[in-house]
Design a protein around this ligand. Structure first.
Ligand SMILES: *Cc1c(COP(=O)(O)O)cnc(C)c1O
Length: 378
């Protein structure tokens, strides 16, 4: 199999150190005390990344599991849930809330802009009897980062728990779980952390724990029931056998980030340079504000198609970029610059190939993408 340069917004390139960690011989994770310590150490490192003193758990399943587990554990029949929706993931969160009996109310907002906290605040003045609110930190399909720093404290003022999907933001966007009063923050292994796909992790505030433990109806399901994890460390008990090799890899991947002083600045700076290069060449970005540090979404230029761009990038240049789905299908292409993909040399190669690709499919560019990029990063 010919491995492409993976420039998609997840999964991302996995560094050799992380792949090596994954191949280390295993022990029995249900019996070996050392593994309980290792799991705890890995959670402690994730706490550092999330800037939180809250409990952190690692669950065996991709990001969607974290999202579903938070909904399953917090939402019972008739609970009012505010779904903050300015994108495909934001809207989809509401479907999970409904699955567990939630009465979902949507706060809908322009899909090409970040959430406007002032409008949300006006909305909440009129209606704020919600048990929790769901929101997405970075809307990966559109490339928009929402102001969770403002939204979560606002929700807290009304006693509304915040459940934040930060899967494509953790490790690439500023994140202060405790300072910003975020109740549940969930992430995945395969985005900015650049670990293999397969794990989700989440931080749980004391208020969120209390809401789970005090609920009147039982939590439906087993795999998504976070309350089973309440005393895992004291009791040295996991609800199921842990994916030990995946956790070895996750731990090594988090080490790589934590050993780097300025990973957020790296993402900010290179994302800015990518956007400048695209704009200088005359291309149009999907977002009009609140641009993501981790993914850039670009309209497919007139006169060509997503498929033509994708195929040429893949076949001729062996680089994989992404399209999007739902209503954005075939409308945009996306360049992931998250984690190990957020490197100057990889983005240079990608933009140079994209430049050649667009010229080949007949798009007139006003400048050379890779040259503008280099100038910007200097
Ligand atoms: C990647 C991602 C997830 C996980 O979803 P998959 O489609 O299974 O990869 C969840 N939320 C967001 C915002 C994501 O970017």
């Amino acid at each position: 199999m010919k491995i492409p340069l993976l420039m998609t917004p997840g999964p991302t390139y996995i560094h050799e150190e992380v792949r090596r960690a994954m191949s280390v011989e295993i022990t029995n994770p249900d019996l070996d005390e050392n593994f309980f310590e290792f799991y705890k150490d890995t959670c402690d490192k994730l706490k550092q990344l999330l800037h939180t003193g809250n409990d952190v758990l690692i669950l065996s399943g991709e990001g969607i599991l974290g999202l579903e587990a938070a909904c399953a554990s917090l939402i019972g029949p008739g609970d009012r849930v505010l779904c903050i929706d300015n994108g495909i993931f934001g809207k989809g969160f509401g479907d999970f809330a409904k699955m567990y009996g939630g009465e979902v109310v949507y706060f809908k907002s322009d899909y090409r802009k970040g959430i406007n906290t002032k409008s949300l605040s006006e909305f909440l003045e009129k209606d704020h009897h919600f048990k929790l609110a769901t929101l997405v930190h970075c809307e990966t399909p559109s490339g928009i980062t929402n102001p969770v720093k403002e939204i979560c404290p606002l929700l807290k003022q009304y006693g509304i728990l915040s459940v934040v999907d930060s899967v494509s933001a953790i490790g690439g966007e500023p994140l202060e779980t405790d300072e910003w009063a975020m109740d549940i923050v969930l992430g995945g292994s395969q985005k900015c952390l650049s670990a293999p796909p397969g794990l989700t992790f989440l931080s749980i505030s004391p208020r969120a724990w209390k809401a789970m433990l005090d609920r009147k109806t039982p939590i439906i399901g087993f795999y998504c029931n976070l309350s089973h994890w309440r005393n895992w460390y004291e009791e040295k008990w996991f609800p199921y056998t842990q994916p030990i090799s995946d956790i070895y890899a996750l731990s090594a991947a988090v080490d790589r980030l934590l050993h780097e002083e300025n990973y957020i600045q790296r993402h900010q700076k290179l994302a800015q340079s990518v956007r400048t290069a695209l704009l200088e060449a005359g291309l149009e970005l999907y977002p009009v504000d609140s641009f993501s540090n981790t993914v850039t979404t670009v309209f497919v230029p007139e006169g060509t198609t997503f498929k033509d761009i994708y195929d040429e990038m893949h076949r001729t240049h062996n680089i994989m970029i992404a399209g999007a789905f739902d209503f954005l299908k075939d409308q945009v292409f996306r360049i992931g610059h998250m984690g190990e993909n957020c490197r100057e040399e990889k983005l240079y190669i990608t933009l140079k190939a994209l430049n050649q690709t667009l010229e080949k499919v007949g798009v007139q560019l006003k400048g050379k993408l890779h040259e503008s990029f280099v100038k910007e990063t200097e």
